[in-house]
Design a protein. Structure first.
Length: 568
């Protein structure tokens, strides 16, 4: 009982001691979470001065074979100007050479310290200096003094500062390693960007050579500029070749493709490069307007046709006269409206709602749908005669997942648009982020990609988008989560990428390394680091054991059946 009684704060001195211990514990946690080197130095010095109630504090580190005052703070937490002239270098050097702390109540009267000219010059009284250790070596010292009070520091101060210096040395080492890794990563990023730029230049040169070769051998290069439809993949090239052949005709065109693949972009291209360029281009989303309003919106309405119709009103078809009408989501038209639209396409005449008169129009119809109209016709959900009228030419747009090679070009295109509208926005994306985007299935296609790039640009700092944690929502289905507190780290992403590459390669490590674009030796190191190699090996052994057990069981079963047969 007596030992526990001594721990209770029975006096002001005991209470102060407990306060300092608690403060030391708080600071130890803070040191573990701080990675900025300068903020870490300032924190260590402020706490050291506070715990020891010193007048001044100095952090002395070894650099290039000499001593360097990395931080200097006074009791008011202010930086000290020209700190190298305000310490006894002899004391600091002695502590770092011996690895033993120094405590002096009055350095001027201390026979071990008064021999130093710096002690006499600075007229030092209370001095305390403890070493900073990294593993088996001393990397610096924590030096505190008080020039006006003798006996300012006690043995207990020495113990507290020694404990603080141990934590500080670990924190400084962690910060140093973090800064080195960050610098290496930045340098790698710079090299990757340079290589990407060189690759892009080479690609442009190869494209130019290819175009010249095609022309030399009588090839047929594209006659129109498809810059706005970003991409160079084979599926998109086939779309361009088809558009090249039909753009100057007046045939109706049905554009089919998943949502977000750029159907309206194709319709605008057909209008702006076709025989009706310069005329009006009118769009109508058939699925965005209630059926009760869609008829009057499309055909117009006569005065008094319905409540609120106080005057004659022209419809979308009349507004597009002489130009192009783009009917998006054509599959959402009701059967009644399908019949009326068919009459317009057959007769070239429009009759507004509530009117007995008709008027002629000349409109090129480009329609679009993300559904299978042919299947709807077979099911009776869409008129067959209207379908044949609309599908003069069918243009099928590939989903983004089928032209992943276009993704870097699309990302670059969207970033340039964002920078043009909002200067100072990130203009590049890192290879790591691009690889993650490439692995996504993009169910919303190009529209989803553009929205994602806009979101990443708005949330990113600097000139490069390089923070995979911003892709949590995009990657969430690929990660096991504990509530909503889990965080995706670079380590998670790298481990997931390696696991997926191994899976795609059927466990072939050489093939997986090629897929990831890294040397095999690097892959082997990462497999060991993440335990993927051990798990893979263990799984093979488990499968082999199970297979062997199954074969033995089958052999036993066959033997049993054979014995039974012979017995019978």
């Amino acid at each position: 009982m007596s030992r526990f009684r001594r721990l209770l704060p029975s006096s002001p001195e005991d209470k102060d001691e407990i306060r300092r211990l608690r403060r030391l514990q708080e600071v130890s946690k803070a040191l573990n979470s701080e990675l900025d080197f300068q903020r870490l130095l300032d924190l260590i010095m402020d706490v050291a001065v506070e715990l020891a109630e010193a007048e001044r504090g100095f952090m002395i580190l070894e650099r290039d074979g000499g001593l360097h005052v990395a931080a200097a703070r006074n009791i008011d937490r202010e930086k000290i100007v020209r700190p190298e002239f305000k310490i006894s270098r002899s004391i600091a050097e002695g502590v770092m050479a011996s690895g033993k702390a120094v405590l002096s109540h009055n350095a001027l009267d201390d026979s071990n310290l008064s021999v130093f000219s710096s002690v006499m010059t600075l007229k030092l009284k209370s001095v305390i200096c403890v070493p900073l250790r990294r593993r088996d070596s001393v990397i610096g010292s924590l030096y505190l003094d008080h020039r006006h009070i003798e006996g300012r520091f006690t043995e207990r101060d020495l113990e507290l500062l020694a404990t603080l210096s141990d934590h500080a040395a670990i924190a400084l080492e962690n910060s140093r390693l973090y800064q080195e890794n960050l610098s290496a990563r930045t340098e790698l990023e710079r090299v990757n960007l340079r290589l990407e730029e060189e690759l892009r230049v080479r690609k442009d040169e190869l494209e130019a050579v290819r175009a010249r070769l095609e022309e030399a051998v009588g090839g047929s290069p594209l006659r129109h500029d498809y810059t706005e439809m970003v991409g160079e993949s084979a599926p998109l090239r086939r779309v361009f070749e088809l558009l090249d052949r039909i753009v100057e005709t007046d045939l109706p065109v049905l554009v089919q493709g998943e949502s977000g693949t750029g159907k309206e972009l194709v319709a605008r291209f057909l209008h702006e490069h076709g025989p009706r360029q310069g005329q009006r281009f009118v769009t109508l989303n058939c699925g965005a307007i209630p059926e009760s309003l869609l008829e009057s919106e499309l055909f117009g309405a006569a005065r008094g046709a319905f409540t609120g119709a106080s005057e004659n009103r022209s419809g979308i078809l009349a507004a597009a006269d002489g130009g192009t009408l783009f009917l998006d989501e054509i599959s959402e038209l009701s059967p009644a409206l399908q019949a009326k639209l068919l009459r317009v396409l057959q007769e070239g005449e429009v009759r507004p709602v509530g009117s007995t008169e008709t008027f002629r129009i000349d409109v090129r119809i480009v329609s679009a749908t993300n559904r299978d109209l042919e299947a709807m016709v077979a099911e009776g959900a869409f008129r067959e005669d209207l379908y044949f009228r609309l599908k003069g030419i069918v243009v099928g747009l590939p989903p983004l997942r089928d032209r992943k090679e276009d993704l870097p070009l699309l990302v670059d295109h969207f970033l340039k648009k964002i920078v043009a509208a909002r200067p100072g926005s990130p203009s590049r994306i890192s290879p790591t982020m691009l690889r993650i985007l490439h692995d996504h299935s993009w169910p919303g296609n190009v529209r989803e990609l553009e929205n994602e790039i806009r979101r990443l640009s708005a949330l990113s700092d600097g000139s490069v988008i390089d923070d995979p944690t911003l892709l949590r929502e995009l990657l969430q289905p690929r990660f096991e989560r504990d509530g909503d507190t889990a965080a995706i780290t670079l380590r998670d992403l790298e481990r997931e990428a390696i696991a997926l590459a191994l899976e795609k390669a059927g466990g072939n490590r050489a093939r997986a390394a090629r897929e990831l674009g890294i040397p095999r030796r690097t892959l082997y190191d990462k497999l060991r680091r993440y335990g993927l190699g051990r798990r893979e090996k263990g799984q093979r052994e488990e499968d082999k054991r199970r297979k062997g057990g199954s074969e033995k069981q089958m052999d036993s079963s066959r033997g049993s059946r054979k014995g039974t047969s012979q017995g019978n």
